[in-house]
Design a protein around this ligand. Structure first.
Ligand code: ATP
Ligand code: MG
Length: 401
């Protein structure tokens, strides 16, 4: 493999003209906007507002934040572009449009979203969720139905599986989400207020078994195409012409895997945002956040029900659908639980909590919720009941006060 040429901001405009994505005589500005850890993202904004802005994402052959001493295959940019194109087939409203893919450079160009804000930032700044959870639920529902045994023929699924292998990123998830936070791994860190609770969690045999079950599910349950990293840093939100706009970005972890992974990661981060609001004394906003868990779940189920009459396998009956959705809910709670633990005890914490004057009390509630949910998912009822989860979150906060 030849080394890809790493783009620098000064080269991006000429690069886009060279790819015939901008007119040769256009002028404008380029900004590096990537605040992520892994890759580089640049936006190019033409002076002429009639020409649409563009965003270029490039994966260097290492982890961007750490540099050449931390090599990582740049293939991830191509995996991401391919996933975005598939997502756009089934959920075009919530997916940024990919305009060009450049395999030798491990780069792709998409529509510019710089008028939108990353959801985590918006929530930290006091925004509400509005329609966001419903839009995310719909995207996950539409993409997973279309790529499941109900929506895709065995031939189409075999091709999808072959096209979606993502072993490196799966390893990252196994380590940083489903591994390290449950051990005393080197890069973990936590607030001292969590010492005792964390020791309890890490020595709880029930936690070990549930974690093992999730690890096995993650590696073996090829249900549908999933985003793989669907937290509130992978959603951008804003308003255009008075209408809410929601876009899901950054599916570089995409793979064929358990559907509950996407719903669980998203919902855990909604819970974290709610706990932040409670910690700030804004119970009303916290309650609104947790109530949106139901918007997400209901839209997810609605998308499955919408696709259901057109299912490719007529021997899948309504009883199976019910059982399947229950299973997805159960998995969702499990993946939400590990995400809650990871964001207060793993390597990559949530700025929602870290930027509170004292992250201790809120982090303790998040850890307690993660532990409870992981070992006793029936605590939210034996049937999918997103309102019971919302209730559990708000009462956990109150109980700690
Ligand atoms: N199409 C776009 N238009 C404008 N800005 C964008 C676009 N895509 C991404 N960004 C900005 O760049 C940032 C980084 O993007 P992204 O999360 O895709 O990169 P990443 O390096 O994979 O991040 P991470 O390390 O979190 O995985 C986003 O948080 C957002 O602010
Ligand atoms: Mg990323």
């Amino acid at each position: 493999m030849t080394e890809p040429v790493v783009l620098e901001p000064a080269e991006v405009w000429a690069y886009l003209v060279g790819r015939e994505l901008l007119p040769a005589d256009a002028s404008g500005v380029v900004r590096e906007v990537g605040d992520g850890n892994m890759n580089r993202v640049f936006v190019a904004i033409p002076d002429d507002s009639a020409i649409a802005g563009l965003a270029v994402k490039q994966a260097p052959p290492w982890i961007q934040k750490l540099g050449p001493s931390a090599p990582m295959s740049p293939e991830r940019a191509l995996i991401e572009a391919r996933a975005l194109r598939r997502f756009a087939e089934y959920a075009p409203r919530q997916t940024p449009r990919v305009l060009d893919v450049d395999p030798p450079r491990f780069a792709f160009t998409m529509e510019d979203l710089s008028d939108l804000t990353v959801l985590r930032t918006a929530l930290n700044d006091g925004a509400g969720l509005g329609r966001t959870s419903a839009e995310v639920g719909e995207l996950v529902g539409r993409v997973t139905f279309a790529t499941s045994v109900a929506g895709a023929t065995p031939q189409a699924r075999a091709a999808l599986l072959a096209d979606s292998v993502n072993p490196l990123l799966a390893e990252v998830t196994l380590q940083y989400l489903l591994g390290d936070p449950f051990t005393t791994a080197e890069h973990n860190h936590h607030h001292p207020a969590l010492n005792t609770a964390l020791q309890k969690l890490r020595s709880d045999p029930a936690v070990r078994t549930e974690l093992a079950t999730l690890r096995a599910d993650f590696g073996g349950n090829a249900q549908a195409l999933v985003h793989g990293d669907l937290h509130s840093g992978s959603v951008m939100v804003g308003v255009r012409k008075g209408e809410p706009v929601v876009r899901v970005i950054d599916p570089e972890f995409a793979m064929v895997g358990p559907i509950g992974l996407d719903l669980g990661l998203y919902l855990a981060n909604v819970v974290i945002a709610a706990v932040r609001a409670y910690a700030q004394g804004d119970a009303e906003r916290g309650n609104d956040h947790v109530l949106s868990i139901a918007d997400c779940w209901d839209s997810f189920c609605a998308a499955w029900r919408e696709g259901w009459p057109g299912r490719v396998d007529p021997l899948l009956d309504d009883g199976w659908l019910l059982r399947h959705l229950r299973g997805v809910w159960h998995d969702t709670l499990g993946y939400a639980a590990v995400e809650l633990v990871r964001r207060v005890a793993g390597y990559s914490h949530a700025s929602d909590l870290e930027t509170l004057p004292d992250p201790g009390p809120a982090s303790a509630v998040v850890l307690g919720l993660g532990h409870k949910l992981l070992v006793d998912r029936e605590i939210c009822g034996s049937r999918p009941d997103p309102r019971a989860l919302a209730h559990l979150v708000s009462t956990s906060w109150e109980a700690q006060q």
